[in-house]
Design a binder for this molecule. Structure first.
Ligand code: ZN
Ligand code: ZN
Length: 145
C-alpha cells in the first residue's frame, strides 16, 4: 500500500486531533485495496485475518469521515457505504446496481466535467452556491444482469 496514502491519512487525523491507530489504518488500507465503495460488513470480510472488531469498525469509519479521510456515500439506496475521500482518490462517479446494491467507481472524460463546471458557473450567476456534484448511473451489475 502506498506510503503516501498513509502519510496523508495520518496528517489529516492529526489535524483533527486523532491518532492514526492500527484499526483506522486497516480500514484505509482495505478501502484503497478494494477500489470501490464498501459496506462495513465488506470491510470486515476483507480484513478477516485482522483483529478489526465489528464494534470498532463503525466508530473508526465515522471518525475517519470526520477527519476527511473517508467519505460516506450519498449514492444508492443504502448510505452505509464508505470510500476514501475524493481529495485522496480523485473526483469520480458511481455506477449503482439496483438489484444487489453494489457500487463501482468510474470516471467521465475531462470535457464532460468541464461542461458541468460551466453549468455550475451559470448557476453561481443566479445566486446558487454549488459545492460539487454527483452523477450516478443505475442499472444491473455484471453479477445481476
Ligand atoms: Zn448487482
Ligand atoms: Zn467512489
Amino acid at each position: 500500500m502506498s506510503e503516501e496514502l498513509h502519510l496523508l491519512a495520518s496528517r489529516r487525523l492529526r489535524a483533527a486531533g486523532m491518532r492514526y491507530s492500527k484499526s483506522r489504518k486497516a480500514i484505509v488500507e482495505v478501502l484503497a485495496m478494494a477500489g470501490r465503495p464498501l459496506t462495513l460488513d465488506e470491510v470486515l470480510a476483507f480484513e478477516a485475518d485482522n483483529d478489526l472488531a465489528q464494534s470498532s469498525v463503525y466508530r473508526n469509519a465515522t471518525e475517519l469521515v470526520e477527519a476527511g479521510v473517508v467519505k460516506r456515500l450519498a449514492s444508492g439506496n443504502d448510505h452505509n457505504r464508505f470510500e476514501l475521500d475524493d481529495s485522496i482518490i480523485g473526483h469520480h462517479h458511481h455506477f449503482v446496481c439496483l438489484i444487489c446494491g453494489n457500487i463501482e467507481d468510474f470516471e467521465v472524460p475531462e470535457y464532460f466535467e468541464k461542461e458541468i463546471l460551466e453549468i455550475e458557473a451559470d448557476l453561481a450567476k443566479k445566486g446558487f452556491l454549488v459545492e460539487g456534484h454527483t452523477l450516478d448511473l443505475q442499472g444491473r451489475c455484471h453479477k445481476c444482469s
